[in-house]
Design a binder for this molecule. Sequence first.
Ligand code: NAD
Length: 346
Amino acid sequence: MEFPTQADNKFDSSPMKIAFFSTQPYDRKFFDEHNAAFGFTIEYYETALSEKTVNLLHDIQAVCVFVNDQVNRPVVEQLAKRGIKIIALRCAGFNNVDLQATTDHGLRVVRVPAYSPHAVAEHAVAMIMTLNRKTHKAYNRVREQNFSLNGLLGFDLFGKTIGVIGTGNIGKVFCSIMLGFGCKVLAYDLYPNDKVTKTGVSYVPLVELIEKSDIISLHCPLTVETKYLINDQSIPLMKKGVMLINTSRGALIDTKTVIAGLKSGVIGALGIDVYEQEEKLFFRDLSEKIIKDDIISRLSSFPNVLITAHQGFFTQEALTQIAETTLSNLRSFETGDKLLNEVKLS
Ligand code: NAD
């Protein structure tokens, strides 16, 4: 199938109109600043793209979406009906897009494959440090003039074994930080990377990584193969007291089973920046609302669980790169240039 470009529409010289979904004030700030050089017309919507909200679109040539927008087949069909030709993801992961549907309807999909991998890798390290040295608890205690150390005991990271699942852009930065702490780093990836091995990381089978690691950190994408990678088969293999860190996608872990692992003490600490049902919770202030999700409420009740609301990417550098790459992707589409960051059905 010949895929369309905006350049096919040679008589229309007006700036491309793009609808941005799931936008927050910081998205507007960074995109407005960078769009000054591109001159696109941007319509910002706070709401997520879904079967309901797709009806908002009129006279739009492109949509820009984030991690929790639903780009399933019915949405893709509606986008195609409305003449939209390109979906620009302003994130790396694309598990929320039905690529079979976009291919069937001739829609192009672009993403931001790499934007400061340091942002997410460093956030994973921040979670480890917080869970281990309990600085969040110390902060509150000292503010209340409680200078006791009871309950704040941590462990040296030096000499510990860290298991890294997925050594792509983020995973390999994470490996190098942990090597810097003097840790032994084991890794598992479908495609082991020689450059990573040369830094001192050892690739091992997944089961060996799970059995030997003191800390396991997930840096692989969510795919059919990786869904519930951490489950009732893998948790019993883990070292008692293991720390589990997930900054990738919520459904990499079977949360109910992880709760059982926390209750039994097999999992000694859990840090998650992502959650399977996060689209109903994250990126908004629900402090006045009753949370109906009993799983997140149960997780929040554990003293050894740290939850952050998908903020791994949230640094100045990453937001700058996200805005620049997203707008450049759309400009390439407009001018008919090669789409370097296109996502295609494999
Ligand atoms: P990447 O594509 O550079 O690396 C992913 C790695 O995972 C690759 O080396 C790949 O071979 C490996 N992999 C794929 N399937 C695997 C499997 N079944 N088992 C083991 N390894 C497998 O991606 P990245 O930029 O490093 O990002 C990793 C993930 O981090 C993304 O998919 C996304 O879900 C998540 N992410 C989270 C945030 C955040 O804010 N928390 C931000 C960006 C990305």
